[in-house]
Design a protein around this ligand. Structure first.
Ligand code: FMN
Length: 400
């Protein structure tokens, strides 16, 4: 059925957004999602090309590759993608080419899991690797962190990174960023949320160091800022740098939204363009009720606060599934970009579908290989409905 088409209504969600030299055709971003599908070599496979390419085909403006490890020991799991060596560039370049060839901006999230590295895939428990996991070939490795305090009970004891270790880790981030540029990505997002290495340096819950990388918020911010400088240093000025933050720790004494606002000003001064606002994860204690309540668009308030109180552009993420809601988030100043994760898994054409809902658009934004047919099909459906038939009408008449 043709949708009501108030043709004067232009969707903000579907308006372009220019950042530095990159223009997104709309404000819809596919949120980074680990697929636990790479081999031990960290290579992207045909699966990753098809999986991520499909979102570009579905109309998303920006398609973000999952958390991709800058060091082998920084992988979340044995199935993580990696960019810790040059051989990993070409498999990811295939992803970037597929995504940009299908009209979306290719982006990649770079990550180091720190003390939360070496866990099993969700369907195997999403917890520290055990002897039982090793029987499946899923073997753990030594992890590192700002201190030797584990992420939670039963989690591995990390080695505390020394000052010179930190320099090496930062160099590895810069090398991975250079590889991401070589692979053809236009956007890099630093994974600085969910208790992984960057977040664990930032939060007073996990960073109790007494050297220049711990203590005051300025000291806790030193590692992230040095890392941002190193990454920005290998990125051409027209490329975009995003930063996924845990806006709040949700734990007494942890990072608050005021802390994150203060930090964001520094991030922007060092070349971050967009703050992608998530939350939580600083410890692995799932028994603690520290999570932000999972309502629809559950991080939107944090995004709005950061957007209003700093000069950063923001992205919001978290159970955004509805076109009108996504539109309102952008139109009403909650965020510049709406990141969508699981709903994209549910409906890779979500971006296209929201445009139909919001603008009454026909299928012209779709590739003609499908759009041409869907237009024709719609005309047939409209005619049948006008004749009083519905998809439930029993087809009782014989063909002639
Ligand atoms: C399968 C899966 C993998 C994820 N992997 C990542 C990741 O690699 N990096 C990240 O920052 N967040 C990751 N997340 C969090 C999502 O990006 C997103 O923030 C979260 O799912 C909430 O958004 P949603 O309700 O739209 O799915 C993952 C979530 C899922 C469901």
């Amino acid at each position: 059925m043709a949708l009501e088409s108030p043709s004067s209504v232009e969707s903000r969600l579907h308006s372009p957004l220019a950042i530095r030299g990159i223009t997104l055709k709309n404000r819809i971003m596919v949120s980074p999602m680990c697929m636990y599908g790479a081999g031990l070599d960290g290579f992207a496979t045909d699966f990753h090309v098809v999986h991520l390419g499909r979102f570009a085909l579905g109309g998303a403006g920006l398609v973000m590759v999952e958390a991709t490890a800058v060091e082998e020991r920084g992988r979340i799991s044995n199935g993580d993608l990696g960019l810790w060596n040059d051989a990993q560039i070409e498999p990811l370049a295939r992803v970037a080419r597929a995504v940009s060839g299908l009209g979306a901006v290719p982006a990649i999230q770079l990550a180091h899991a720190g003390r939360k590295a070496a866990i099993s895939a969700p369907w195997n428990g999403m917890s520290p690797l055990t002897a039982e996991d090793a029987l499946r070939g899923d073997t753990g490795w030594p992890v590192v962190g700002p201190t030797s305090t584990p992420a939670g009970t039963g989690w591995p004891t990390p080695s505390e990174l020394s000052g010179s270790d930190i320099g090496e880790v930062i160099q590895n981030w810069a090398d991975a960023a250079r590889r991401a540029m070589d692979a053809g990505f236009d956007v890099i997002e630093l994974h600085a949320a969910h208790g992984y290495l960057i977040h664990s340096f930032l939060s007073p819950i996990s960073n109790t160091r007494t050297d220049e990388y711990g203590g005051s918020w300025q000291n806790r911010l030193r590692f992230p800022l040095e890392l941002i400088d190193a990454v920005r240093g290998v990125m051409p000025a027209d490329k975009v740098l995003m930063y996924r933050t845990s806006s709040v720790d949700g734990i007494e004494g942890g990072l608050s939204i005021d802390d994150t606002v203060r930090i964001t000003d520094e991030l922007v001064a060092h070349g971050v363009d967009v703050v992608d606002t998530s939350s939580g994860g600083v410890t692995a204690e799932r028994s603690l009720d520290t999570r932000v309540r999972r309502g629809f668009a559950f991080h939107a308030g944090f995004s709005r606060e950061i957007k209003q109180r700093t000069s950063a552009l923001t992205a919001t993420v978290g159970l955004v599934i509805d076109a009108e809601q996504a539109e309102a988030l952008v139109r009403e100043g909650f965020a510049d970009i709406v990141a969508v994760g699981r709903e994209m898994l549910n409906d890779p054409n979500w971006a296209h579908h929201t445009q139909r809902v919001l603008e009454g658009a026909n299928y012209e934004a779709w590739r003609q290989e499908s759009g041409w047919w869907l237009d024709k099909r719609e005309a047939i459906i409209d005619r049948l409905l006008a004749q009083g038939e519905t998809p439930l009408t029993l087809f009782t008449e014989a063909h002639n």
